[in-house]
Design a protein around this ligand. Structure first.
Ligand code: ADP
Ligand code: ZN
Length: 600
């Protein structure tokens, strides 16, 4: 990079994007790519990957070509860049012939800083010829893990992208992904011929996300209480395992006054698309979805991600929760988890397709996830440790904020295991709890279980405690659900030592009703903000966004509005000093904002 380029980079960061400083490795990556080097960038969602190619695009002569699989988002990405005064356009199947021709002409004539292209279009012969006639600044390959045949986002078109290197050896390439694991990384390097690329790996921590996993009691009611308390009127995603549960949960939440919408692969595509559009463009929509609602989400202000069912693995959990708080403001990852979840997932794995190896891996992944759910230690330490990153207790997860009590549950575990054994290893936890607590239900008397000596042996502990005991017995591997019956529990080999009194069992104490209330935080995360003023700023932003048919965050991010509400700038100069307000936005929105502030 030429001397002075560094100053230019910082200058553009300030004036165009309105940010005072680079974040993490951004400065180094920008310097490397602007200087013509290839790069592979691994950064968590919300880490700030876009700037890593957008700034070099402005620093280098010619047009940067951005390959992105997310056609639905190209339009919004381009709209956001145009708001900043950057000359950006996209080419994909949604454009009419005439519009596409105009974009192609602009490219050839060097009138574009950035061009977003869908991968299948990029590798068409005509497109490649057009690129050869144009001056190119760089290629950016976004969501680069889509080349991985083993990942869930595999796109065959991505395999063709290695030809960029062959056809345009002099044009630097930067590949970006939020997928952390070493196999995917190696596959990206191999398939995109990035052997000489510098690899930039950031920490995968998302410090603004607060992790919490609660004991499942009445999951819906717990969810509603959580949303009302921590995120009233804010955008969030609620994940459920089945389509039916998605529909029911969305309808129920809507009945409780939330702006909740369903999203799953069983809906017809126009209804699904319309709901996604509303989530993206309106403030405060709660999307209830299966994991089919995933990669197409670029919304920076998702304030919470809730799981009503257990995800299949820590990878899945981390990817799904990672959609919260991309803007860096406080966000929550909330999950409710109970025995039925464990039973259901175990059964799905046992009855699912795939060979013995696949099943073994699936069980190992589930166990790692259960370890996360049951840990009395810091959730973040566990999560990051799973991805090979060492860390210290975070102070921003439920177990750090409110350390769970553990208790010597050996006696209770023995009673529970013996109850499973005496009743014939075929009944589920609900029945077993009735027997232990001495409830002579019809079912109990029908099977003569009131005649057993375990009947009533556990009357000293309440129902919530027993529920958590059975859950932990399964999670810790002392009992396992029978896959033929309906959640009937049987003993495992490990149970023997406990029954014989040779092993002590330590458990987390159930905290019924305690419900780990999130400690109060300024909703915006920026102290000193005036909430009434913030609400007016948001209302103003909604009007602007609607008038231009762009999502609100394209006008200003929540963070920028929160900073304005806290600083209450009185002049254009002061307003220009707010992070997220570059020269173009100051010129365009400054006067209206000052009017609004003066009236406040
Ligand atoms: P990713 O693509 O890695 O998920 P983005 O590029 O969308 O992340 O950036 C995430 C958020 O961080 C965006 O709101 C972006 O404007 C903001 N951001 C990125 N870099 C900076 C920076 N240097 N200073 C302030 N905010 C930044
Ligand atoms: Zn923690």
């Amino acid at each position: 990079m030429n001397p002075g380029t560094e100053d230019r980079a910082l200058g553009l960061l300030n004036t165009v994007f309105g940010f005072p400083a680079f974040r993490g490795a951004q400065a180094e990556i920008v310097r490397h790519v602007a200087g013509g080097g290839d790069a592979l960038v691994l950064m968590p969602t919300g880490g700030g990957k876009s700037l890593c190619y957008q700034l070099p695009a402005l620093l280098r002569p010619g047009t940067a070509v951005v390959v992105s699989p997310l056609i639905a988002l190209m339009q919004d990405q381009v709209a956001a860049l145009r708001q900043l005064g950057v000359r950006a356009a996209f080419l994909n199947s949604t454009l009419e012939g005439r519009e596409a021709n105009a974009v192609e002409r602009a490219l050839r004539e060097g009138e574009l800083d950035l061009l977003y292209v869908a991968p299948e279009r990029l590798t068409m012969p005509r497109m490649l010829e057009l690129l050869e006639e144009s001056q190119l600044a760089l290629f950016a390959i976004d969501e680069a893990h889509c080349v991985s045949q083993w990942g869930h986002d595999f796109r065959p078109e991505y395999l063709q992208l290695s030809l960029l290197h062959e056809r345009f050896p002099a044009v630097p390439r930067i590949a970006l992904t939020a997928t952390a694991d070493p196999q995917t990384r190696a596959e990206i390097i191999r398939r995109l011929a990035l052997d000489d690329a510098r690899v930039f790996i950031s920490s995968f921590d998302r410090p603004n996300i607060r992790y919490a996993i609660v004991d499942k009691q009445d999951a819906r009611a717990q969810l509603l209480a959580f949303v009302r308390e921590a995120h009233p009127g804010e955008a969030g995603i609620v994940y459920c395992l089945s389509r039916k549960k998605v529909d029911e949960t969305a309808a129920w939440l809507a009945g409780q006054g939330l702006r909740a919408l369903p999203y799953h692969a069983g809906m017809d595509s126009s209804a699904r698309g319309a709901n996604q559009e509303r989530f993206q463009r309106e403030d405060g929509v709660v999307m209830v979805a299966t994991i089919a609602f995933g990669m197409g989400i670029d919304k920076p202000d998702v304030r919470f991600v809730a799981h009503l069912d257990l995800p299949k693995s820590i990878e899945g959990y981390y990817q799904e929760t990672g959609r919260a708080g991309r803007d860096g403001l406080p966000a929550d990852a909330w999950m409710s988890y109970g025995l039925a979840d464990v039973v259901q997932l175990r059964r799905m794995i046992e009855q699912g397709e795939g060979g013995e190896d696949f099943r073994r891996v699936s069980f190992a992944k589930l166990d790692a996830l259960l370890g996360l759910c049951e840990t009395a230690g810091c959730r973040r330490v566990r999560l990051l440790g799973y991805f090979g990153e060492a860390s210290e207790p975070c102070g921003n997860c439920d177990t750090c904020l409110d350390p769970p009590q553990t208790w010597d549950a050996t006696e209770a575990a023995r009673k529970a295991l013996s109850c499973i054994y005496r009743t014939g290893q075929r009944f589920g936890a609900v029945h077993l709890m009735d027997v232990l607590r001495g409830k002579a239900t019809d079912r109990v008397t029908q099977w003569n279980h009131d005649q057993l000596n375990v009947f009533g042996a556990g009357a000293d502990l309440d129902e919530a405690t027993w529920r958590s005991v059975f859950r932990q017995l399964v999670a810790l591997g002392y009992a396992s659900p029978d896959h033929d019956a309906y959640g009937g529990l049987r003993l495992t080999e490990a149970a023997r030592a406990v029954l014989k009194g040779e092993e002590r069992v330590e458990m987390r104490r159930a905290a019924p009703g305690k419900g780990r209330k999130p400690k109060a935080r300024a909703p915006s995360g920026i102290p000193g903000g005036d909430e009434a003023l913030l609400a007016r700023l948001k209302a103003w932003r909604s009007g602007e966004a609607r008038a231009q048919s762009v999502p609100p965050y394209v006008v200003f991010h929540d963070r920028t509005l929160a900073e304005i509400a806290a600083a209450r700038p009185g002049s254009l100069d002061a307003l220009g000093g707010i992070p997220g307000i570059g020269a173009k936005k100051l010129e365009r929105y400054g006067p209206a904002l000052l009017d609004l502030l003066r009236g406040a």
